[in-house]
Every structure is written in C-alpha cells, then in structure tokens.
Design a protein around this ligand. Sequence first.
Ligand code: NAD
Ligand code: GLY
Length: 345
Amino acid sequence: MKKLTLSGTSTRSDIYIGRGILDAVQAQCSEVFSPSRVHIVTDSTVAPLYLERVQAQFDLPTSVTIIPVGEEHKCLSTVEQIYHDLLSVGMTRKDLIIALGGGVTGDITGFAAATFLRGVSLCQIPTTLLAQVDSSVGGKTGVDLPEGKNLVGAFYQPRLVLIDPDVLNTLPESTLIDGMAEVIKYGYIADASILDLLSDYRANLEELIYACVKIKCDVVSQDEHDTGLRMILNFGHTIGHAAEKLGNYTDLTHGQAVAVGMVTAMKLSNAMGAPCDLLPNLVSQLKQVGLPTELTYDREAIFKTLLSDKKKFGATVNFILVRTAGTAEIVPIEAETLHTFILDL
Ligand code: NAD
Ligand code: GLY
C-alpha cells in the first residue's frame, strides 16, 4: 500500500492506494476519525457490489443513502435527500460520512459533507478510474443546476481517500476507457513517464493511479482554490467541455470529450509557438486505448459554447498548452485569435 499526502491551506488529506484496501476501510478510518456513527452514500450500481463489504467492517451504528445512478441525479434534490437521511439517524458534526462510488457519488457526497451542519468529516472511496485519479482527490465538490454543470459547490478536502484498484475489475470497459483520458492528460501536463506505461495500461493500473494522484496532490497542494497552477489540470477540458455540452452530455462521455479536447489543444500548442511533434503520439495513444480524436461539432458552435465557459476571463480565454511532454503552460489567448484558430481546425 502506498501513501500520499495533500496539504491544503488549512487541511490535509491522507490518500492510500493499494489492492485490497477496501477490506481495511474501518482500520484506516479509525486512524484519523473517532465517530459515533458512520453514514455511507453510494449509488444503486455500486451498492450491490461493495456496500456490504464496507459496511460490515464497522461495529458502530451505520446508515446508508443509495442514490440513483447518473449525472442527472447530481443535483440539489439528491443532496437534500442526503441531509434528511443524516438528520433522521441523528448524525452530528463529530460523525463520519463515506462516499463510495464514482465521481457523481463523490461530488454529491462531498458537497453534502461540506454543508451539513457546516461540515462533517469525509472519507472518499472512489470506484471508477476517473474518480480514483481525479475527482476524489483535491476537494472539489458540488452539483449541477439546470443551467449547467458543477455550478454549485464547495472546496472541501476529504480527510481520507482510500483507492483500491481492484474495484475497477467490475467497471464496464467503456467507463474504464473514459478514465484513461485523464491518465493520458497527466502524462502530457506533468509526467511523461506515464505515457510509457500506456501500451499495457491494464497491467500498470496501480502504478498509473499512483503517478496521477501524486501529480494531483502536488498541484492542489500549491493551488488548492484553483486560482493559478491548478488550471493545468484542465488540459483538453476547455474544448472538451464545449463538445460535451453541444452533445447534450449524451453524445460524448467526459473522457471522450477530453480526448478530442486534448487533440485540439495540442494543435493549438503547435499553432501558437515553436512547432512541436507531440500530436501524432497523442493521437495514437488515444486511439490505442479506444478514445476518439476527431472533433465533429460545428466550429462556430464550439467557439460560442466555450466562450460561455466559466474559465473565460474578459477578452481572453485561459488555454492549457503542452509543447514538451510533461510540461504544461497556462496561456491567455485573445478570443478573436481563438476564433480564427477554431474555424481553421
Ligand atoms: P459515475 O460516478 O456516474 O460512474 C460511472 C458509472 O460507473 C456509474 O454507472 C456507476 O454506478 C458505475 N460504477 C462506479 N464504480 C463502479 C465499479 N467499481 N464497478 C461497476 N460500476 C461502477 O461517473 P464518473 O465518471 O466516475 O464521474 C463523473 C463525475 O465526476 C462528473 O459528474 C464530473 O463532473 C465529476 N468530476 C469531478 C471532479 C472533481 O474534481 N470533483 C473531477 C472530474 C470529474
Ligand atoms: N478536475 C480538475 C480539478 O480538480 O481541478
């Protein structure tokens, strides 16, 4: 089992990664929490797979909220349901909330934990690759509004994150592949050695997860509240979010959108400075894991959609460019320059 620590401005997350850690949840929790009761939030797919295995470890009173599967349930009414469940069992601020599931469960539960009684201790147990390498670490929590994704939320660090790569064995193939987009992203923005592990990524999953989480910890420890460096984690996400939105969040999965977004950002990296030769490798790595590389949406629509994205500042858009594998740059690009580039794609 490997350990990483994320030091926030006033908080600390201990992150453990290891096969079989799901059977040591109670033991790990008892190192850092002293609750009188534990409430577990999970979803209706993960519950039959892993809930009992986690719940049975506690000799304290435990209770459960099982939320329906799907991004459409990442909303305030689900959070409200969790609050009611917490109140009905008498949870206090000294107790513990566990999020057991993918990024949707983690984001909702994190937000409920951040806001219930102004903050209850939180342990994240991520069960998708995306949640293991990205969403469970770093303290971004929240829900969607009808107007858009992740519009309500809080920065709230989980005190403990327990990552068991074995739970990925039950993931549908497409969901695993989706998470690989974020893994490839980390390789380009911060650690090119990740890219060497891609050809046999299934065999290298534990090592890949550790390398990605280490990067996330390093970045978030330096910029917990996303005012500077943390933006590098959005490589491929600016165009990706626009494509996701244009496809009504159904045509493309998040990972597929990030994949085509990274290809576009790499073309922009080439266009904006000294040409680099990373594009062919990126395209073949994405194809190799089964991710798309072609942006199929109308270019004008992509431009308009990304301008409405929350990462636009004034007349410029902050773009993450990569000209050397393992190094990212945050480059403000004039909206008109970007417009011309996108129309020429
Ligand atoms: P998800 O939580 O919907 O999980 C995907 C599917 O996999 C679900 O059907 C789920 O039930 C199922 N599943 C989960 N674990 C399983 C397992 N071990 N075996 C079998 N099935 C399993 O989606 P996701 O891709 O994990 O997360 C997407 C969400 O994460 C989005 O809402 C996104 O906004 C959010 N996100 C948050 C951050 C952050 O920093 N907080 C970062 C990236 C993404
Ligand atoms: N997923 C991007 C971030 O945590 O900042």
